[in-house]
Design a protein around this ligand. Structure first.
Ligand code: NAD
Length: 456
């Protein structure tokens, strides 16, 4: 039997194995999800009660799940604790969410029209490795609240922790309402293409997002795509550099930079680059790289060898082209895992791959600018539109710049503030569809018009 091997990215120790789901088992899971859908979708009050029970169970089990999440994904224990907390928040938000099941259509003589919101059926949730629990629950919670059933396919390298969480929640729910299948792209593809899957919610790379959209096209299955990003942070002339540098360093190196909405490049007025780099470097250098289970660690390793090699490749290329490493660039620890220190790079521009691509790691480039209009135009011309931020002490002026940026989330004087009550998602190559808020639940509903002609 094929197995997925989970490796601790800090120590390179094997921590466990997960059997790959066979095609027959996958088919059975989707059929079961389809069979139990009518019963599950019929009782909204029960769904709300059980979703709150799921939130409580996850919170109660956090102490067991956190170390597994750290060992399998690589993040710090504090980050893992935050991930479990916000996952429970998502479940509670879904349990408490209120939306009208139907609204009256416009009046017309001789008929009554009702505009109804109904669930879709069995939903496939295909999830990446960077926030494996949060990104899974962010799909499960709204999908279930809306009355759908769910089959999860986690990234193969984080199967143990996602399996643990899904099994915990599944035990609280009626059988078949929430299930999990394991494997690589083939299993993902088979799930997406299954004819009884009525919706695909995917979070992951833009490259795989394109494939998913094509796969779903055959059966006209609706998709939500939460894809990659290359968020710019635009620092204005009047920015408070001490505050801005500290906030950006914290956001850029959270989860070792492996966050879709991490700030991935800063545009700083040429006259303030020295000051910005000095302040940012101080915060970067103060981070302690190591095993996430060590309480002294404030930044863990990258998740995989491939990710480390990719990010290092971008850094090496930038240096070869004349970039300057202000701080970092080494491993920062003697542990054998996939480590790279928090690294700040300057003397780069938009032609460097480190700036132009989604680096997804702890290397932060600073681009000096002289024309704000040019920065806005450059950002606008690029493929991603997930998040962006603008930094300045004149809040109204910063907000004006923010309103010129096309992205799913634009922050002023903060970055990557993701809140469960707010719709989150991308535009352009960062995808479409939203998670969070009532809009996030709406993503798992479809419209039915009931139009009744009065014949007597
Ligand atoms: P990935 O695209 O490689 O994989 C994501 C999932 O898709 C995995 O479960 C994988 O097994 C599965 N998969 C791969 N090929 C498939 C196929 N052909 N058919 C069906 N399923 C397939 O992404 P990753 O490397 O795990 O995650 C990193 C990426 O995720 C980054 O680009 C990051 O920006 C993005 N991301 C986006 C968000 C967001 O909300 N927009 C959040 C987190 C991560």
């Amino acid at each position: 039997m094929d197995e997925l091997v989970s490796i601790n990215p800090a120590t390179l120790d094997e921590i466990g194995r997960t059997p790959v789901t066979s095609l027959h088992e996958l088919d059975t899971a989707v059929r079961r999800a389809n069979d139990v859908f009518p019963g599950w979708s019929a009782d909204r009050a029960l769904r709300q009660k059980l979703l709150q029970a799921c939130a409580d169970a996850l919170t109660l089990r956090a102490a067991d799940i956190v170390p597994l999440l750290v060992r399998e994904q690589g993040k710090t224990a504090a980050e893992a604790g935050g991930e479990i907390w916000i996952s429970a928040e998502h479940l509670t938000h879904a349990a408490e969410a209120d939306w009208p099941d139907e609204e009256p259509g416009p009046d017309a003589a001789g008929r009554t029209a009702r505009v109804q919101k109904i669930p879709l059926g069995a939903v496939a949730a295909v999830v990446p490795w960077n926030f494996p629990v949060f990104l899974t629950v962010a799909k499960i919670a709204p999908a279930l609240a809306a009355g759908n059933t769910v089959v999860v396919k986690p990234a193969e390298s984080v199967s143990l922790v996602v399996d643990t969480v899904v099994q915990l929640l599944a035990e609280i729910l009626p059988e078949g309402v929430l299930q999990i299948v394991h494997g690589g792209p083939d299993v993902g593809r088979t799930l997406v293409e299954h004819p009884l899957i009525r919706k695909v919610s995917f979070t992951g790379s833009t490259q795989v997002g394109r494939l998913i959209m094509k796969q779903a096209a055959e059966s006209i299955t609706p998709v939500t795509l939460e894809l990659g990003g290359n968020d710019p942070a635009i620092v204005l002339d009047d920015a408070d550099i001490a505050y801005t540098a500290q906030s950006l360093a914290r956001s850029a190196f959270f989860n070792a930079g492996q966050m879709c909405v991490a700030p991935k490049r800063a545009y700083v007025p040429a006259g303030r680059v020295d000051e910005f780099c000095q302040a940012f470097a101080a915060h970067a250098a103060a981070l302690s790289v190591g095993d996430g289970l060590d309480p002294a660690t404030t930044m863990g390793p990258l998740h995989s060898k491939a990710q480390l090699e990719f990010v290092h490749g971008l850094l090496d290329d930038a240096v070869a082209r004349g970039a300057t490493i202000v701080t970092g660039g080494g491993r920062g620890t003697d542990l054998p895992g996939y480590f790279l220190e928090p690294t700040l790079v300057r003397d780069v521009d938009d032609t460097f791959d480190l700036v132009a691509l989604e680096q997804f790691g702890p290397v932060f480039p600073v681009v000096a600018y002289t024309s704000l209009d040019d920065v806005v135009a450059t950002v606008d011309s690029q493929e991603f539109g997930l998040g962006a931020s603008v930094w300045g002490t004149d809040e109204a002026a910063a907000t004006e710049v923010a309103e010129r940026l096309a992205a799913g989330s634009v922050w002023v004087n903060q970055h990557n503030a993701v809140e469960v009550e707010l719709p989150f998602g991308g535009i352009k190559s960062s995808g479409f569809g939203r998670e969070g808020g009532i809009e996030g639940i709406g993503d798992y509903l479809q419209t039915r018009v009931l139009n009744i002609k009065h014949t007597s």
